[in-house]
Design a protein around this ligand. Sequence first.
Ligand code: FAD
Length: 281
Amino acid sequence: MESQQQYPQQFSFEFFPPKTSEGAEKLTKVRDKLAVLNPKYFSVTFGAGGSTQQGTFDTVTSIQEAGFNAAPHLSCVGSTKENVRAILNSYKDKGINRIVALRGDMPSGTHDIGEFRFANELVEFIRTETNDHFHIEVAAYPEFHPQATSAEDDLINFKRKIDAGADSAITQYFFNPDAYFRFVNDCEDLGISVPIVPGIMPITNYTQLARFSDMCGAEIPRWIRKRLAGYGDDKDSIKAFGEDVISEMCLQLLDAGAPGLHFYTMNISTPTLAIWENLGI
Ligand code: FAD
């Protein structure tokens, strides 16, 4: 973890673009509650195949205009260089200087992968087009990407993104801190020393979490699954147990020298705030 201990701990919160004006109003309140915690930035996801291009732009600009740092996610699958160039320029014009660069996943039923195959190509394109304007974040997978041919290949592919010019990484969420520690050690062995910030998913709903985790390759340890399943519809117990487990994991990560935490807020403030309080930051 030596590579990580040199970096000051920074905190960030992720939103998805709301689909309605009520959702946007609600998100403004959530943002203001979380802003009190003085995050480095708020990031906003980008729907597969560009489905939320306008929504991401609107959400990011409203965060920026309210005086906070905003980082749009940008996924390149199915996109053209011309389209990505236009998006980058629109963010530059708004004074945005941080971006989360991703490959994304092809929406089902679409086949044209576009002009970028992998995220390292997007990172390279952003650097070529805009030099050092953007701080580029990329995704990292301590439990490995579901399509990875092997753990080793996935690490090499992660390195490609750093070599292409990424400044730091945010991880997929995980519930096994050892996977993160081992991943960081492996990165150090490959000469990677950028900040690798753990992505944190608060636990609020078992069924949804189980479905999503199966899809994105995040393992829910058996003891956590069993307990959550055992609570059934008892939301209060799920909430209390979830806060406890995630807070303990965050403390373990920060104590070991993780360079901060990135919270997948799911556009609600309460679970993140409850964990935050337990961290005593
Ligand atoms: P890549 O780094 O390109 O990796 C994808 C796969 O290809 C891996 O298996 C890798 O090993 C392999 N690979 C990579 N490069 C090469 C290469 N050069 N040659 C051969 N194989 C290679 N999705 C969205 O749609 N919108 C979002 O806003 C979004 N935000 C995210 C934020 C975070 C922090 C994370 C962790 C994920 C996010 N995702 C988002 C999900 C992400 O788009 C998917 O996990 C996607 O499947 C992979 O994207 P990537 O950028 O990690 O891809």
